[in-house]
Write a protein that binds this ligand. Structure first.
Ligand SMILES: [Zn+2]
Length: 256
């Protein structure tokens, strides 16, 4: 296990149901199997149970399976031993990645409960992705899907020649849903990343899928739109019925 103590940065060792460092700082595993290494009070508690449930139900429909497959193929090519997923949520992508030793980090306990129950072989840990409980240069690969890129930490934990896969929504991602929600829908903006890694590959993948009414509401809850949308827009979506949607993702591969 590569995790380090968040208090003294010494390696943690798993002893029974706890992780313990040489200075006897002790962190207990939750009964679902995840570890909480967050020592500072964070205002951000990550996604709540309602969002986690909506996302799990939606992902189980398989609409984003093609993204999971694309990421798995990328990791497969890299021959990765140790991988960190920053902002792993309920582990939908983490669990599928072909790699011997995986670490998933998220602030949401509700998401990690689900992740660790489903995928007990991976190390799911409550921690800020901006202060990772990992030593320097310990991973061949880092992944971030739909979360902010913690550029400094990613650079720090990657081995030389390690890769970072960064997934963001493409400009037209779910445009049809935005067309229902907003009078003047706009495309997602593509932001450049300021990171000390070399951009090696930059691809856009997309697939259309038919989304049920229930799927639409789940999708709505798991996206930032839920906070920005008027009641009128929400009502329109609740009556949209089945809708054909475009899932579009940009996958950037960086190399250290
Ligand atoms: Zn310690």
């Amino acid at each position: 296990m590569k995790l380090i103590c968040p208090i003294c940065q010494e390696p943690l060792e798993k002893i029974n149901a706890s992780a313990v460092c040489v200075h006897h700082h002790t962190f207990d595993y939750a009964k679902q199997g995840y570890l909480n290494l967050l020592i500072t009070q964070s205002k951000d508690h990550g996604d709540n149970l309602e969002m986690v449930k909506a996302r799990t139900d939606f992902l189980n429909t398989g609409a984003y399976q093609f993204l999971r497959d694309a990421l798995s193929q990328s990791v497969q090519k890299e021959k990765v031993q140790v991988l960190a997923d920053l902002g792993c949520g309920e582990g939908y992508y983490t669990s599928a990645l072909p790699c011997e030793e995986k670490y998933g980090f998220d602030l949401s306990k509700d998401a990690l409960k689900h992740a660790s129950k489903n995928d007990p072989a991976s190390h799911y840990t409550v921690a800020s992705i901006f202060h990772l409980p990992l030593p320097d240069a310990c991973c061949e690969a880092a992944v971030t899907c739909f979360a902010p890129a913690a550029c400094e930490e990613i650079f720090r934990i990657l081995k030389p020649n390690g890769c970072f896969l960064f997934v963001t929504p493409g400009p037209c991602h779910l445009f049809e849903m935005k067309s229902v929600l907003y009078d003047t829908p706009y495309e997602n903006e593509m932001e450049d990343l300021s990171i000390d890694l070399r951009l090696e590959k930059d691809v856009m993948i997309e697939q259309k899928f038919i989304c049920s009414q229930e799927g639409l509401m789940n999708l709505f809850l798991m996206t930032p739109y839920a906070y920005r949308t008027s009641i009128a827009g929400r009502d329109k979506l609740a009556q949209a019925g089945n809708l054909e949607l475009t899932a579009q993702f940009r996958i950037r591969t960086y190399r250290k």
